[in-house]
Design a protein around this ligand. Structure first.
Ligand SMILES: *[C@@H]1O[C@H](CO)[C@@H](O)[C@H](O)[C@H]1NC(C)=O
Ligand SMILES: *[C@@H]1O[C@H](CO)[C@@H](O)[C@H](O)[C@H]1NC(C)=O
Ligand SMILES: *[C@@H]1O[C@H](CO)[C@@H](O)[C@H](O)[C@H]1NC(C)=O
Ligand SMILES: *[C@@H]1O[C@H](CO)[C@@H](O)[C@H](O)[C@H]1NC(C)=O
Length: 673
């Protein structure tokens, strides 16, 4: 049945191919009308292109005849066998091709190219193989599986009446067919014993050698089969898919196919499996009679199922790797951010600090309170550092933060100790130290915020709209005196302020004077800044003996306080630079007093609105305190009594010397401890 139908088909085909060669010239001679000529001319053209040459980049729209377990997968792969034991599959081009020249019986040159892949279920164990085959029949009836590759059976193997040419890709070594190994390519004519065979390999132009290939590597590979009519030579060439056609074939056999092939032959593939589970795939195929097989478009070949899986896996790996990289990058960024944040707010806390009960603020808290120590929060710049206004985020308490750079480590310990004790000092006329914070090389002191700023601004800043009245000035002087008395005598330790001056007196909302920066001058001694290391106090307020001995005492504080009194009453700086030569405020006031014009020194801005007796008394107290003779200065307690009128002012001799209040030696006992 099959054979008969095939023959009819064969004959029909024969007629069409005959037309161009012989009949057209005759027709031309006969001057046949043009329309008929066109019809006849087109007919062989269709046949020739449609069947003598074809290209399949995938088999979705192919004209293949399949048998056995061969099938075309949904994505266009030709799967000759799947992983099923002892099966065979065939796929033939539906239409037989005329291989022989009818005039001389010679076989035409032909060329074919295909891509195959053999993925075994288990790596490197496979069976049996596949073959490109030229067969007189469509399908190979009676062929066996396993070593017979779906081509032959035990009876017809080797029989020349088979008329079969096969190029086998054999993955099993069969002694009976004299196979060379289990990974070879062979040219088979009518039987499984190859005329010519070679281990699967390809010629590499670079090294000029053959490189081994593994048929069962799962990798798609290319095979070219070329027959030359003139040379009577059959070449078989192989290469991995990534390599262009090598210049040297793997197999090259001199063979006259005219004795093997019939006039018309079916071309296709055969494959069989044995006991090893293997699939055999063809991905693409092209053929051309009398010419070079068209090149396959390798990029558009269907992908293999395992390859897809692998691609998916590769994609997955790439995504996972990408994910990991991104994760690492994000983590690194976070860590960098945390480190930066930590560095930004880093503090130094040492064990000894825990002994002190002083509140320690976190740097972060202060950083936030002062909006990152912004310029607009800057209250002032002093000898010790910059002072910033702030608001504690938690309690909304207004604070002033003094930022002091400090390089000396040893000094810091003493200094913090001192701060700790100073924070225990509580007096309504002392600016309250609320706590501190510390970083490397930096100390931050947190004080209560004084809304009216420092006193010197009111005395000297022409822009200040309000002038201090005499009673306000007196209140401030009394307040500072009271604070200083507390430092000198009323606390458990004697604290020498060392830097009494108008700019260190701060005013709260009710214009109460409070002494700030007490005890801070010790910082100078600790040697942070070499330029100010040995400067104690402020020029103009320094008692004469202090420049000689360098020892600050309660008496040197009293001297500075005396200058401060004159400063407040006169509204002038201690060193009057407008006079030439520079005149000290004390000398100027003393001079005026001697000349009987003491009231002339009083700040003109008061506009005469003051109690003359009261102001004169205060001026005299100021002079008494700023007496160059240390022994002549009163103690702060006496100053308080004088200010309160509880002690009468001693007579001050006009030369300014020898004035004394009772128990002048008291001051000497109150030296810095
Ligand atoms: C192989 O193909 C046959 C026939 O199409 C089918 O019955 C069988 O399930 C397939 N086996 C596998 C493992 O795909
Ligand atoms: C070859 O096959 C033909 C046809 O099937 C048969 O007549 C002949 O006996 C076979 N030759 C041999 C040697 O088996
Ligand atoms: C290539 O394969 C052949 C046959 O299996 C073997 O003899 C040869 O050593 C192999 N060559 C290389 C370089 O592996
Ligand atoms: C076959 O290979 C040989 C040697 O490389 C070459 O000379 C010849 O032209 C090839 N023939 C065909 C048909 O490709």
């Amino acid at each position: 049945m099959l054979n008969r139908s095939m023959v009819t088909h064969h004959k029909m085909w024969q007629i069409t191919t005959k037309l161009p060669k012989k009949k057209i010239p005759i027709l031309l001679q006969m001057e046949v009308k043009l329309p008929l000529l066109l019809v006849i001319c087109l007919l062989p053209g269709i046949t020739a292109t449609k069947y003598d040459e074809f290209t399949y980049n995938g088999f979705n729209r192919s004209e293949l005849y399949l048998d056995g377990i061969a099938e075309i997968t949904t994505n266009g792969l030709l799967r000759l066998t799947n992983s099923t034991e002892s099966q065979q599959g065939h796929a033939f081009h539906k239409v037989p091709l005329r291989f022989k020249n009818t005039s001389d019986g010679n076989v035409h040159s032909f060329s074919t190219c295909f891509v195959f892949a053999i993925p075994p279920e288990y790596p490197d164990v496979s069976g049996n193989g596949l073959a490109f085959v030229l067969s007189p029949t469509r399908g190979l009836p009676g062929a066996l599986t396993k070593q017979y590759l779906g081509l032959f059976n035990s009876t017809n193997n080797g029989n020349s009446s088979n008329h079969i040419l096969a190029i086998e890709l054999d993955t099993v070594l069969n002694i009976e067919f004299r196979d060379i190994n289990n990974n070879h390519v062979g040219i088979d004519v009518n039987g499984l014993t190859s005329l010519n065979a070679a281990p699967a390999s390809y010629f590499t132009e670079k090294i000029g050698e053959f490189k081994n290939l593994s048929l069962v590597s799962r990798e798609p590979m290319l095979v070219w089969v070329d027959y030359s009519n003139q040379e009577k030579k059959l070449n078989v060439t192989m290469s991995p898919i990534s390599v262009p056609k090598p210049s040297r074939p793997l197999l090259s056999s001199l063979i006259d196919l005219s004795s093997v092939l019939l006039d018309t032959m079916y071309i296709g593939f055969s494959s069989s499996t044995g006991s090893m589970l293997t699939s055999h795939y063809v991905l693409g195929w092209s053929f051309k009679m009398n010419g070079q097989a068209p090149a396959l478009n390798l990029s558009s070949l269907p992908s293999l199922p395992f390859e897809k899986h692998r691609r998916k896996l590769t994609a997955l790996i790439i995504w996972v790797a990408l994910g990991v990289v991104v994760f690492i990058a994000i983590t690194a960024c976070c860590i960098a951010y945390i480190i930066r944040r930590k560095a930004r707010y880093a503090e130094v806390l040492e064990e000894w600090e825990l002994e002190h009960r002083t509140h320690r603020f976190s740097y972060k808290e202060l950083f936030k309170a002062t909006k990152g120590f912004r310029e607009e929060n800057l209250l002032g710049v002093g000898g010790f550092g910059r002072v910033y206004k702030g608001k504690l985020p938690s309690s909304k308490t207004e604070i002033a933060v003094k930022r002091i750079s400090h390089d000396s480590k040893q000094g810091m310990r003493e200094f913090v100790g001192e701060i700790a004790s100073n924070s225990q000092l509580r007096h309504r006329n002392l600016v309250q130290l609320l706590g501190y914070s510390r970083r490397k090389g930096e100390l931050l002191l947190v004080y209560e915020f004084m809304s009216n700023g420092s006193l010197d601004k009111f005395l000297y800043d022409a822009n200040k709209p309000t002038t201090l009245g005499s009673s306000q000035r007196l209140k401030i002087i009394k307040g500072v005196a009271s604070g200083l008395l507390y430092l000198h005598e009323e606390w458990e330790q004697i604290v020498v302020h060392r830097d009494i001056k108008a700019s260190n007196v701060l005013l709260d909302g009710e214009m109460n004077g409070k002494l700030g920066d007490f005890g801070l001058s010790r910082l100078y001694d600790h040697g942070s800044d070499p330029q100010i290391t040995h400067v104690v106090g402020t020029f103009g307020y320094i008692a004469p003996e202090l420049t000689k001995t360098g020892r600050a005492t309660t008496s040197t504080d009293v001297f500075a306080f005396g200058v401060f009194i004159l400063e407040v009453v006169c509204g002038r700086r201690p060193i009057m630079q407008q006079e030439s030569p520079d005149l000290h405020l004390v000398d100027w006031v003393l001079g005026s007093w001697r000349n009987g014009v003491i009231l002339e020194v009083i700040d003109a801005r008061l506009g005469g609105d003051y109690d003359v007796g009261e102001v004169e008394l205060i001026l005299k107290i100021g002079l008494l305190c700023s007496n160059p003779v240390r022994a002549a200065r009163p103690t702060m307690r006496q100053v308080m009594q004088l200010l309160d009128g509880d002690l009468s002012l001693p007579e001050i001799p006009k030369d300014g010397m020898g004035i004394a209040v009772s128990s002048p030696n008291h001051a000497e006992e109150l030296e810095e401890s």
